[in-house]
Design a protein around this ligand. Structure first.
Ligand code: 13P
Ligand code: SF4
Length: 304
């Protein structure tokens, strides 16, 4: 017989304790999964947490590249991705083979990969970054020339802030953020003229230019909490609204467009977390050599 939600949640708590497991969830996960998790955060917070936890099992509620990053940073742990086909279309816009070819064009460039890449791609780069530390990572690199992959929008955002470096951009993008247009911002602002626009750097340049603040999901959450303003238009994935509203019951948050939804982030449910813990699925396994090489670029990022 199918278990009801409360039963499943109680079982998850019991299995977590019994198996010395932790549940981590990205800020875009559905509300119920965020509520279940031991840690909810942006890509950087979750990577740092996975590198330091003493748990034997990490249940990663997010997308494939995130669970891979957890495995790279903690190869001795069992890392589970509850929905095996929760991928990231942006991460799929680059392969290790294509990056190796591109690197030949820029022999003097340092190669910086956004964390939204496969382990095989990370193994080919010099250092990784997330949306919360991208500018700092680029500034820390001695090379004047950078090859940045795969998000052209985050790359343009960095290039504006670090004008002294020549940044070659890969032409990847996030299908969810890239579809927001200048007209969408204009329309939303005309309906809510007193709201501040908070945008993720995966949005197009034109959207970022109209925003009052640009940052990672965790930085948007911090900004809204510390702001004296009471109304915000949110230009990132809708899952973030859960924490924004929970942390700020007296403030109002509007999603900038109804299209801001990542179908892959929405695949994980309480039931899939339950099945992950019960059946140890789906385990992330990576080639040892790929882990070794990808780990160098992730650890270089964490050291900054
Ligand atoms: P952050 O949570 O690091 O801002 O990144 C969001 C993201 O790209 C997830 O796809
Ligand atoms: Fe990938 Fe965009 Fe979804 Fe993030 S929001 S997982 S970048 S498709």
């Amino acid at each position: 017989m199918k278990k009801d939600l409360t039963e499943m949640i109680n079982e998850i708590k019991r299995m977590k304790h019994e198996k010395n497991a932790v549940i981590v969830a990205h800020n875009y996960q559905i509300d119920e999964v965020q509520e279940l998790a031991d840690v909810v955060g942006d890509s950087f917070t979750l990577s740092r947490y996975c590198a330091s936890t003493n748990a034997d099992i990490v249940v990663f509620c997010g997308v494939h590249f995130m669970a891979e990053s957890a495995k790279i940073l903690s190869p001795e742990k069992t890392v589970l991705l509850p929905e095996i086909d929760a991928g990231c279309p942006m991460a799929d816009m680059i392969t290790a083979e294509a990056l190796i070819e591109e690197k030949k064009k820029y022999p003097n460039a340092a190669v910086v990969c956004y964390i939204n890449t496969s382990a095989a791609v990370k193994a080919e780069c010099d250092i990784c970054c997330t949306s919360s530390n991208a500018v700092r990572v680029i500034q820390s690199i001695p090379n004047d020339e950078i090859l940045f992959a795969p998000d052209q929008n985050l790359g343009s955002f960095i290039a504006k802030q670090v004008p002294n470096k020549k940044i070659h951009l890969w032409e990847g993008y996030c299908i969810t953020h890239h579809r927001v247009s200048r007209e969408d911002v204009e329309k939303a602002k005309s309906i809510h003229p007193d709201a501040l626009v908070l945008a993720h750097p995966e949005c197009r340049q034109e959207v970022m230019e109209m925003a009052d603040f640009v940052g990672s999901t965790a930085q948007i959450i911090d900004y809204a909490k510390n702001s004296n303003h009471s109304k915000f238009l949110i230009a990132t994935e809708m899952g973030i609204l859960h924490k924004l509203r929970k942390d700020n019951p007296n403030k109002t948050f509007y999603l900038l467009t109804q299209g801001l939804i990542c179908p892959n982030m929405k695949k994980t449910t309480v039931e899939s977390v339950y099945n992950a813990l019960k059946y140890n699925r789906y385990e992330i396994n990576l080639d040892k050599e790929v882990i070794e090489r990808a780990r160098r670029s992730l650890e270089a990022m964490l050291a900054i």
